[in-house]
Write a protein of this length. Structure first.
Length: 238
């Protein structure tokens, strides 16, 4: 019995040691993964700055839109390798990059100071002049759950010009069409050109070119969604 008791005691001790070791390894791996992700984030954000500064050095001015230097345009700004960021031009040579880091910290780069800052030490800046317009467009184009008014689809054709919206889609869409989304009362909600694969009502359709948005109170807004045509960038400043 004493021998059996010793075996049980040894087993419990070994199990406890193994459990502690496993927990320690798991904590180490999580910390390593977090640190590795942080390193990649820092490298990628520096690449954003390098690309903008390279344009500035060559042209003696900043790009009006970062789509013109190859960054993906989104409804909230731009995206590069997991970093979703805003680009704010203060003058032809001054700009600010702003994004929220993976750990939820508001982060800002001011090119005149050549340094990154984190909340609460970031600069408080005025939003772009068209901020209200962009906010209105986002509200209009954000379809509520259960919204089932079928859109009007016109001018469907093969994508002869190889239209490629600036987005996260892979490849060149095979078709284009003009589409109108409606409010419940039948009045127009938004309209413009889309490029798509297979079905224009699927998630793989993307806006390009000029779009018009209507808020239902008689106000209309315009936005140009940048795109490529036969490999050439067609864009307007955001």
């Amino acid at each position: 019995m004493k021998k059996a008791g010793k075996i049980i005691a040894y087993s419990i001790t070994i199990s406890f040691v193994l459990l502690v070791a496993i927990i320690g390894i798991a904590i180490h791996l999580v910390a390593y993964s977090s640190a590795d992700h942080r390193k990649k984030e820092i490298v990628n954000r520096e690449k954003i700055i390098e690309r903008i500064d390279s344009f500035l050095n060559v042209n003696n001015r900043l790009p009006e839109t970062l789509s013109s230097v190859g960054f993906s345009q989104t409804s909230w700004g731009y995206e590069y390798r997991g970093i979703c960021f805003d680009y704010i031009m203060l003058s032809d040579s001054e700009y600010i990059i702003e994004y929220t880091s993976a750990d939820g910290v508001l982060t800002q780069y001011v090119n005149t100071e050549h340094r990154w800052m984190e909340d609460p030490h970031i600069y408080l800046i005025e939003l772009p002049v068209n901020a209200d317009t962009i906010a209105a467009i986002n509200r209009i184009s954000n379809f509520e759950p259960g919204y089932n008014i079928p859109p009007q689809i016109d001018s469907i054709s093969y994508n002869h010009l190889h239209i490629s919206p600036i987005s996260d889609i892979v490849g060149i869409p095979d078709s284009v069409a003009y589409i109108r989304y409606l409010y419940v009362d039948g009045s127009p909600r938004c309209e413009g050109w889309i490029a798509f694969f297979d079905d224009p009502e699927e998630d793989f359709s993307h806006e390009y070119g000029e779009w018009k948005y209507y808020d239902g109170q008689g106000n209309s807004y315009r936005k140009f969604w940048n795109y490529k045509e036969n490999g050439k960038l067609i864009y307007e400043a955001d």
